[in-house]
Design a protein around this ligand. Sequence first.
Ligand code: SAM
Length: 243
Amino acid sequence: MIINGLLTLACLLIPIGAEAGNQQNEQAYQQGRISSDGIGKYYMGREISHVMGHLGAGWLERPSREQEERTDLLLSNMGLKPTDVVVDLGAGTGYFSFPMATQVPQGKVLAVDIQGEMLDIIEQRKATQNISNIETIIATETQPNIPHDSTDIVLMVDAYHEFSYPKEVMQGVVTGLKPGGRVALVEYRGEDRNVPIKRLHKMTEKQAKKEMQAVGLTWIKTDNYLPQQHVMIFQKPYAPLNK
Ligand SMILES: C[S@@+](CC[C@H](N)C(=O)[O-])C[C@H]1O[C@@H](n2cnc3c(N)ncnc32)[C@H](O)[C@@H]1O
């Protein structure tokens, strides 16, 4: 498949474990068979995929993307309010950060990624387009570095399946969300054999629900208005009322 080929070209294996000794809970993970598009590290039965290297930036910005993935529909269905603080986690080149910044003129977008080269691309575009409500944040493999209780919604498009410490990152996401804040998890549909994307770059709804529930997020709904991807919405519970 053309898309698989392009994705293979675009992917670089980023070494993991460089931050061993931080707060990660290694017991959450198992080592196993290494697939061609995976790292041999398993979380809740799912093999984690390679990280897409920054040399794949052109693929993220390909002109055919809007039509193939109907990214316009995703953006118009995000339900953002003008004052929202939005995190684009695994922002890449900022394909979603820039249009979302126009939807939150009194709020802001925090564009978060582990690759400084991706954030450099975003900073250059910010300067060229004179955008002031996008802030870039460098993440580590284990921490998204989002300020506590700061965020209304976290968007992750085609990124979560690459996180080498998904449990720790999502715990950081939960800490960063305001009570009642939402996560929009967008992943290629793992149940659909007709979606021409490598296996580990897709996720099933069942698996995603299991992994989000493990960090205390509540599933709200799954929308399937996109041609190839699930849009799965989760929520951080409101703090229990004092009795
Ligand atoms: C396939 S790209 C998708 C980029 C963007 N969301 C888009 O759809 O255009 C995945 C991005 O996730 C980033 N990433 C991988 N692991 C990450 C982590 N633990 N924390 C933050 N970003 C991560 C990668 O560096 C890469 O830029």
